[in-house]
Ligand binder design. Sequence first.
Ligand SMILES: Cc1cc2nc3c(=O)[nH]c(=O)nc-3n(C[C@H](O)[C@H](O)[C@H](O)COP(=O)(O)O)c2cc1C
Length: 172
Amino acid sequence: MKAKITPTQQEVILDDGDIIVSKTDLKGRITYANRVFMRIANYPEKGLLHQQHNIVRHPDMPRGAFKLLWDTIGAKQEFFAYVKNMTSEGHFYWVFANVTPDMDERGQVVGYFSVRRKPKPSAVAAIQPIYREMLEAERQAGPAKAVEVSVALLTGKLKSLGTTYDRFILGL
Ligand SMILES: Cc1cc2nc3c(=O)[nH]c(=O)nc-3n(C[C@H](O)[C@H](O)[C@H](O)COP(=O)(O)O)c2cc1C
């Protein structure tokens, strides 16, 4: 069970060399966390292992973003995103995340693997208003329709820009 943490307005900024690494099982439970993850998110190893990866989820992140994540990795593809995460104290930290399926020698997906780095401030500035709009659309739609309207909003935006999700994100 996830403890209720109150978000603060304090930002934790990654160093250029910081690389956060984690692995999960097929259900998103953490099976490995590197030291940088423990330091930035401010959890001891035993506070992360076997926990759902949403332990660092920030309430400012729209649910639609995670729907795209799970759809993409579920289709055995890699996923890229700018993500606002939350530390154990409620502080926030932005990352540029890459999540990939972890496959065994027969190509069976056995879990997932994620590497996260310090994002470009200009990329965060570009994605933040989009996440805000998605979150607002989710609030207005209510829980049952939240993900659907939020993904539709993002898809519509990308279409009007004549681009795809990957091209847009990797071009920020
Ligand atoms: C390998 C991997 C890494 C993940 N990293 C994050 C992360 O850094 N932050 C986050 O909020 N969710 C991350 N997730 C997604 C969470 O599992 C979860 O779907 C998300 O936090 C939404 O929470 P919810 O399922 O409670 O709505 C990751 C998932 C996987 C498989």
